[in-house]
Ligand binder design. Structure first.
Ligand SMILES: Cc1cc2nc3c(=O)[nH]c(=O)nc-3n(C[C@H](O)[C@H](O)[C@H](O)COP(=O)(O)OP(=O)(O)OC[C@H]3O[C@@H](n4cnc5c(N)ncnc54)[C@H](O)[C@@H]3O)c2cc1C
Ligand code: FES
Length: 348
């Protein structure tokens, strides 16, 4: 398949599938030499896959990388079947060695700033996927100590169980895995989690799992006084839009004066005319600039950037919280200009 003008969209071949549990499998993509620079990633980031659909043509879904950039040449995502879900079941039923899939370059901000700072990783079910990448990367590429709390229904549903055991043998002083099996201990409660997390109030916490699980984890971390700035959360949700769609920039009409954006991207500054109703990301991509994104619907924060001067407004924001807005963050896929001149930096 030809590469599109959009430099984030690529076509990768599946070179292996690994059955992890009865309802989860890992998909291994080979990255051809000429695309290696497009698929550099940080532990905790995700790929966005296009999944064919007879009714809508295709749907897009994000899957966290379980591989580590410090260890693995190939890209690995791990997909767990969602009950009644379309894409996860399609992948588990149809993807095999030789399948080619359309994929966006890695993105996401669920990434430790340092692999040397101690990490409290808390996940449930398929939420372990980005935590696995972070844990492996910290052990191999950093000096952090890792404490992983990993909740599952029962032993059969534990993804990466053997690999985690091996990591504890290889790095006995640096990683502890606390399995929480519902079948033995019931659903985790905030009180019970407080007992587990209490020794680690200064660690950086990375949390990923179903919404009710994240709520009790949030309560437990608040109860031990962990500052919000140490708590990082990845919310799994299905995209509703189509980030693979072509980008259409409306013509600038006579009498319309576009704003001007000066954008710092990959260490360089570029200046673009910014039509008043067009999101900045669309303007940049249509001009061939390689700005980061995934969902293009204000849901993932892959396109987060900082407004240095001037003013913008977001058409939609499902991901940035007050603390983000207070430090000037905006979403490039939703930002339109309010002032005539805006300076923005992709510095996240
Ligand atoms: C950053 C990120 C990383 C992720 N990483 C992973 C990962 O590593 N591994 C992983 O397995 N998943 C991951 N996900 C989740 C993944 O993207 C999908 O959301 C998940 O696979 C479910 O997709 P699906 O198409 O199978 O389900 P969907 O078809 O989207 O359905 C999801 C749920 O909604 C219900 N539903 C569907 N349509 C309707 C409707 N019209 N009305 C009411 N209910 C409805 C379904 O019954 C189902 O329970 C990640 C998500 C994000 C955002
Ligand atoms: S690309 Fe997902 S929020 Fe902008």
């Amino acid at each position: 398949m030809a590469e599109t003008a959009n430099t984030h969209v690529h076509n990768l071949e599946v070179v292996e599938v690994i059955k992890e549990t009865d309802d989860a499998m890992s998909v291994v993509f080979e990255v051809p030499e000429h695309l290696v620079h497009k698929f550099r990633y940080q532990p905790g980031q995700f790929l966005t896959l296009r999944i064919p659909s007879a009714t809508t043509g295709s749907v897009a879904r994000c899957y966290s990388l379980s591989s580590s950039p410090h260890l693995d040449d190939d890209l690995i995502v791990t997909v767990k079947r969602t009950f009644d879900g379309y894409a996860s079941n399609w992948i588990c039923d149809n993807v095999a060695v030789g399948t080619r899939m359309t994929v966006l370059s890695p993105s996401g901000v669920f990434v430790p700033k340092s692999l040397d700072a101690d990490l409290l990783l808390i996940g449930a079910g398929s939420g372990v996927t980005p935590l696995m990448s972070i844990a492996k990367s910290a052990l191999v590429g950093g000096a952090a100590t890792v404490y992983l709390i990993y909740a599952n229904r029962d032993e059969r549903s534990v993804i990466f169980g053997a690999e985690l055991d091996e990591m504890m043998v290889e790095f006995p002083d640096r990683i502890i895995v606390e399995h929480w099996l519902e079948i033995d201990r019931g659903l985790p409660t905030a009180d019970a989690l407080v007992d587990l997390v209490a020794p680690f109030p200064t660690y950086d916490a990375f949390v990923c799992g179903p919404t009710p699980f994240m709520a009790v984890v949030g309560d437990a971390l608040a109860a031990i006084g962990m500052p919000d700035s140490h708590i990082h959360i990845e919310r799994y949700q299905s995209l509703t839009g189509d980030p693979f769609a072509d980008i259409v920039i409306p013509e600038i009409t006579d009498g319309e004066t576009p704003a001007t954006a000066v954008v710092e991207l990959d260490g360089a500054k570029v200046e673009v005319a910014w039509p008043r109703t067009t999101p900045l990301l669309d303007v940049l991509l249509s001009r061939g600039y390689d700005a980061p994104y995934s969902c293009r619907e204000g849901a993932c924060s892959a396109c987060a950037c900082t407004v240095r001067t001037g003013e913008v407004r977001m058409l939609r924001n499902d991901t940035l919280v007050e603390a983000d807005l207070a430090i000037g963050l905006t979403l490039a896929c939703q930002a339109v200009p309010l002032s005539d001149n805006v300076e923005i930096a992709f510095d996240q």
